[in-house]
Design a protein around this ligand. Structure first.
Ligand code: SF4
Length: 199
């Protein structure tokens, strides 16, 4: 694990999005080992994340933690980051401009981590990473070759953890997509050797 290297890819004092800067308590940077084979990408911080400074805490974080634990993993095995690092007001979706403002922060993070698989958690990150409309309920568990700021990435579409809270039918596709991600990394960690479960 290489958390010490976080400082190299953390964002500090960014003011590109005025509405988000006015609303945020802090910039929420990615967490987890910077050499993780698996990188989960969410939409943006909500209230709990803004308060605690970590992606995917609160109820959706509990769902994610449970799912990881069911697969013998924890946050210490994966990298988690958001498309935008500052909380949108009233938990609205980030605007296209805000997503674009933060794109190079995400690209720099993915360049540094260089994961074997990027898991897009929900519609906003899936569409942001793939550059097209995505019907998550139809495409969950599908793997796509994408380019993020010019770099090739394997992107797996996944249901957002929170969706399983208000629609139990989403638990199966959520779990299946995570199983697929773990299997992909287990098959080939990019260098033929998975780093999942070493930490
Ligand atoms: S969302 Fe990203 S680009 Fe916008 S102010 Fe926050 S860190 Fe900067």
């Amino acid at each position: 694990m290489s958390d010490d290297a976080d400082a190299d890819i953390d964002v500090h004092d960014c003011t590109r999005c005025p509405a988000l800067c006015d609303n945020r308590s802090r910039i929420v940077n990615g967490v987890g080992p910077v050499d993780a084979d698996l990188c989960l990408v969410g939409e943006g911080p909500g209230e709990n994340e803004d308060e605690q400074g970590e992606p995917f805490v609160g109820r959706s974080g509990e769902v994610l933690d449970d799912a990881l634990r069911d697969r013998g993993l924890s946050r210490r095995d994966i990298r988690i980051v958001n498309c935008v690092r500052c909380r949108p007001p009233d938990n609205r979706d980030p605007t296209t401009a805000e997503l674009e403002n933060c794109r190079d922060h995400l690209a720099a993070e993915l360049d540094a981590v260089d994961p074997a698989v990027v898991v897009a958690l929900g519609k906003v990150p899936a569409e942001h990473l793939l550059g097209r409309s995505v019907a998550v309920t139809k495409e969950a568990g599908t793997l796509h070759d994408a380019r993020v700021a010019g770099a090739p990435r394997r992107v797996l579409v996944c249901v957002h953890p929170a969706a399983t809270l208000y629609d139990p039918s989403q638990r199966e596709p959520f779990g299946a997509a995570l199983d697929e991600a773990v299997a992909l990394v287990g098959d080939d960690g990019g260098d033929g050797q998975s780093r999942l479960g070493e930490f």
